[in-house]
Write a protein that binds this ligand. Sequence first.
Ligand code: SAM
Length: 279
Amino acid sequence: MRRTRSKVTVRTYCYRGRHVESGRVPDLRRPPEQAVPRTARPHRRRQPASRGRPRLRPRHPHHGPGTLTTTLARRWPDARLIAIDSSAKMVAAARERGVEAEERAVQDWEPAADTDVVVSNAVLQWVPGHQDLLRRWATELPPGAWIAVQVPGNFGVPSHVLVRELVAEPEWHDRLEPVRLREEDAVLDPEGYADLMSTAGCAVDAWETTYVQRLTGRDAVLEWITGTALRPIRAALPDPDWTAFRTALAPRLAAAYPPRPDGTTWFPFRRVFFVARTP
Ligand SMILES: C[S@@+](CC[C@H](N)C(=O)[O-])C[C@H]1O[C@@H](n2cnc3c(N)ncnc32)[C@H](O)[C@@H]1O
């Protein structure tokens, strides 16, 4: 199955930080030191993020095989980057690419006093209660540090809802009882993250983007979610049951995401982003 990505179709901004109140919107393409004006900071025991040190120290606390971390290395060639992932396989893959990687759960990670940037891409949706984690980072990171987060924002759309509905049916309920599927509240809306980080004292810029992907092939959405949302179900079922589950799910997905006459299927994918700077 191939995937192409259309142009951005939806992009909504929530500006809740102090920089917004002052009427200024950060240019996130500029280096972090310049993007948001520094503001008066309360006395803290923490050390300033960059004072006296010429180098950034971004952390990417869920790195997968290291693809994004190597992109960050290109963005900040002089920085020391440390990647964190709970999967031994991903850590090994990242190390093979020359990434300094640690195997640990993000919940157990504590920022070092000289951390400048934390980048979390497509992981916090796996961490129930990650709002507490974000509040903790806002406190533990030095003043002026950055937190950049992306999470999928699609847990309320048919590709997830139809799976949860099928799992709840009597035929599957007992067999899949131990599987914990993520509900619609697995992540917040942009406004929720803006409020959370703003309340934690950060300047924050939050937004969402829906990428309309054009999938190809038969049962395109089923094939797509087999590699994502259905992984816990695949892991829980023996082969014949897995085949039966897919067979039951396929027509429901096809009705929600009908193939176009040319055989391709539109699959909108919403993602939620925020960038926050600690006070
Ligand atoms: C969708 S991948 C994203 C990988 C990478 N961040 C990227 O952008 O390519 C999700 C990753 O999160 C990791 N992960 C899931 N739960 C985690 C946790 N609690 N702590 C650390 N990593 C976790 C998985 O092992 C997986 O590599």
